[in-house]
Design a protein around this ligand. Structure first.
Ligand code: GLN
Length: 538
């Protein structure tokens, strides 16, 4: 259904970060989607970077990439995985981007001699970005998640933009959800509501009254606690929602349905409720997730493994694929930088398959090389992604083709055997936004494994890298059993290298993990897990 005017839901956070605004937003969107509304979600990030493309994963976790080549916050990955829809550059806006466009306009003289200020110029730009999605005319509901925590200096213009939009669009068209924490104090033996009271007060000082409170807690909220919270915050009792810690993020839509978050929101927005969400396929997924027939143990080799968020999409894709095969994923994080070669090998002896993660720069490369060599020589099913493919090519060139100097020019600009290198037209000196980014089409070789796996000749996958396989070495690779199984349809660049005479050794220049969703698990991951399981039981 498409209602006349898009309705806007804002999700703010208080008390602490990491309460799961992204998952709550995605879960609410899922429930509304199941009721027949077309919904999208947007994330506003208050930091000054233009996008997270140049950020170290330790800062905010992985950088998610959309079809249109936007480098975005990892929450967009959750949105796509939950909703099974595509997001775009418009779904993630940072303060850096807001200021960049206001300053560009100022330089062009667009403000006609006026003093350019946070209010109204920055707030107007924020409001534009929020409404850009609604103005596309395809969404009944736009959910906008505001990053950070209420009270942060840098979030103030966003809260002010929400206040203004609420007035401009009218009370029926805007709902405000505030996510807070209700901690249990062991010494007092009680749940404490004061942090929530303070956080709502802070929001109200900025002129924003939340309609709904979602209270993150590790135990049920009693009626009297809910009453107390409602009393102190001007929020209706029925609009105080508990969000209990869940076994899996994929339970959260059902938990929010049980708390009637979707109904509360539809009442607020004066929208017809229609039928209650059935979430049939979603529940089928959860049923398999909770009743696995066996376990599959997969090693993930990377240099940021201590921060699991750095590999969020890969981890979730493996969960989707394991669940699809009715297996429980037991992931083993293998540090490619801190572990010795012997430790990496002994970790690999203990898994059914391994993934070699993407990455940049030389740290952790020798460890990844050790893992790839071990998997190649010992028939361990292996998926190499992006840098994982490039290092696999270097390892193969060195140890099979005998090119001892083989390298990537990213790692050794002077190498005599640049198996991986920059294309001539790519030699740029800017780091931000200059990579090969976003969806590109690839043609698969008919006699390859990947062709059977995808079941189609042309595929579209997302990229995020600067360096490429050097076609000068292609014949030698193929003659020695590392086959080019996919090429870019326009440039002929190598997109997939597939090892012959191995149960499953596939490496891709693109990132398949960005396209796996709960309802559409990615075929490469599904086949990888399936084959690894079969091979383990041989
Ligand atoms: N560092 C490599 C490149 O820039 C690979 C990037 C990646 O793994 N995403 O090409």
């Amino acid at each position: 259904m498409k209602t006349a005017q898009s309705k806007y839901i804002f999700v703010t956070g208080g008390v602490a970060s990491s309460l799961g605004k992204g998952i709550i937003s995605a879960s609410l969107a899922k429930l509304l989607q199941d009721r027949g509304f077309s919904v999208t979600i947007q994330k506003l990030d208050p930091y000054i970077n233009i996008d997270p493309g140049t950020l170290n994963p330790y800062e905010h976790g992985e950088c998610f990439v959309t079809d249109d080549g936007a480098e975005t916050d990892l929450d967009l990955g959750h949105y796509e995985r939950f909703l099974n829809i595509r997001t775009s550059q418009d779904n993630n806006v940072t303060t850096g981007r807001i200021y960049q466009s206001v300053i560009d306009k100022e330089r062009r003289g667009a403000f006609l001699g006026k003093t350019v200020q946070v209010i109204p110029h920055i707030t107007d730009e924020i409001k534009n970005r929020i409404q850009r999605l609604g103005n596309k005319g395809i969404y009944d509901i736009v959910i906008t998640e505001i990053g950070g925590t209420v009270g942060d200096i840098e979030s103030l213009p966003y809260i002010e933009a929400v206040r203004q939009l609420h007035w401009e669009l009218g009370d029926d068209n805007v709902a405000i959800i505030h996510l807070t924490l209700v901690p249990f104090l062991a010494a007092a033996g009680e749940l404490k509501t004061k942090p929530t009271q303070h956080s709502v007060k802070f929001l109200m000082q900025s002129g924003v009254q939340p309609d709904v409170l979602v209270c993150r807690t590790d135990r049920p909220l009693s009626e009297s606690i809910r009453r107390k919270i409602a009393l102190f915050t001007n929020v209706k009792l029925g609009n105080v929602i508990a969000s209990l810690d869940a076994e899996t993020i994929y339970d959260v839509p059902l938990l929010m349905q049980a708390e009637q978050l979707d109904k509360v929101i539809l009442n607020k927005l004066n929208l017809p409720k229609g039928n209650d969400p059935k979430l049939i396929e979603w529940k089928a997924f959860l049923d398999k997730f909770k009743h696995p027939k066996d376990t599959i143990k997969i090693g993930l080799v990377g240099k940021y493994v201590e921060l699991h968020d750095a590999y969020k999409s890969i981890h979730e894709s493996l969960i989707h694929a394991a669940t699809y095969n009715q297996l429980k994923l037991d992931i083993k994080w293998i540090h490619s930088e801190k572990l010795s070669d012997a430790k990496i090998i002994s970790a690999l002896k203990d898994v059914d398959a391994a993934v070699v993660a993407p990455g940049f720069g030389e740290r952790g490369v020798p460890g990844k090389m050790t893992a790839l060599k071990y998997a190649r020589e010992n028939n361990l099913p292996l998926l190499g992604i992006c840098f994982g493919m490039q290092i696999a090519a270097i390892e193969f060139a060195r140890n099979v083709l005998g090119l001892s100097d083989a390298d990537s020019t990213e790692l050794n600009p002077e190498t005599k055997e640049p198996v991986i290198s920059l294309l001539e037209n790519q030699k740029l000196d800017l780091l931000g936004g200059t990579m090969r980014l976003g969806a590109q089409t690839c043609r698969l070789e008919k006699d390859s494994k990947v062709y059977k796996i995808y079941g189609t000749e042309t595929i579209s996958e997302r990229h995020r890298h600067r360096y490429e396989f050097n076609n000068k070495y292609l014949d030698r690779f193929e003659q020695n059993g590392f086959k080019v199984a996919g090429r870019d349809t326009k440039t002929n660049l190598v997109e997939i290298l597939e090892l012959q005479n191995h149960p499953w050794f596939i490496t891709t220049q693109f990132h398949p993990e960005y396209k796996s969703t709960v309802l559409n698990p990615h075929p490469l991951f599904v086949d990888f897990v399936k084959t690894a399981y079969q091979y383990k039981n041989k």
